[in-house]
Design a protein around this ligand. Sequence first.
Ligand SMILES: Cc1ncc(COP(=O)(O)O)c(C=O)c1O
Length: 328
Amino acid sequence: MSDPERLTRKIRAALAPCSLGRWPTPLEPAPALARTIGLDALWLKREDRSAPRCGGNKVRGLELLLAGVPAGSVFVTVGGTGSTHCLATAVHAAALSCRAALAQFPQPETEASRAVAAACDAHAALVVRAPTRAALPLALLGAWRGAGRLGPRRWVPGGGAHPRAVVGHLLAALELAQQLPGPPDAIVAPLGTGGTLAGLLLGVAQLGWPTRVIGVRVAPVLVANRWRTLRLAHRAARLLADHDIRVPDPAARTPLVIADGRGGKGYGHPTPEGESARRLAAEHGLVLDSTYGAKAFAVLLQRGTWNVQRVVFWHTFGVPSPPPEPAR
Ligand SMILES: Cc1ncc(COP(=O)(O)O)c(C=O)c1O
């Protein structure tokens, strides 16, 4: 058994995740796309295919966040109207005979955000939408109170950004190590609330890889920043240490690079660079969303002065299937 495999088993035994996804997610080489964008090698880590019910990067974290909770519990969480975290929480809570109450702030409408919002309506027990961002605390209060009328409540932080969820993304990096012939020069992923990147950083540190972890900021700096990401990684390392599992804290020698993918208008607004990257990716059969994947891919196209030739692109957005009949 390899070290990543052994560590994975140890972590799973210690933290007892529930089973929501299908692992490993595929790692697909994309040689034609690599040639087109001037890379020696490009792999797509298909986190979008993490679960048939509702895929995407959030499933890794939810396996740890929703574990061991009694049936009938109501998970309360928060996000934009197009939040795949909200949707994944609602869908996977239902799979565990639990429910979800969502508080949401408005975000610009795109094809993907509309599809996610419709699916949230179909799968969550309660959706409270704030008319403006400033009104989000009231919506949250409404969702929290409403959830209390439905059953015992559990809070899940926005984006699932919690140390337990970070460990899920560490497992993703260990999984990657078993799929790749050697360390890549870089892993490129969208940076939202930071849990995904934090876990990848822990994984890269644990594997002793020289790989840069490039987070493409798509959310406000207050949420998507280096300090928060490293703090999440640090708290996840401490959580593991409480279970006698030692992983290096990446804060000391971090390969984290943060690039800005937001363009002028901010979270959820498509950017010209992102949309042109999205079209290019689509020509190669890679379907990206405007909020996360397109912006991350645009930064990979530009890559500036980074000397990276062998790259893993973290494909995080699972296209929601058409909503079923309303469950409420
Ligand atoms: C599709 C998608 N990609 C990437 C991210 C960013 O992940 P994180 O919030 O862990 O930084 C999110 C967060 O909501 C997401 O929904």
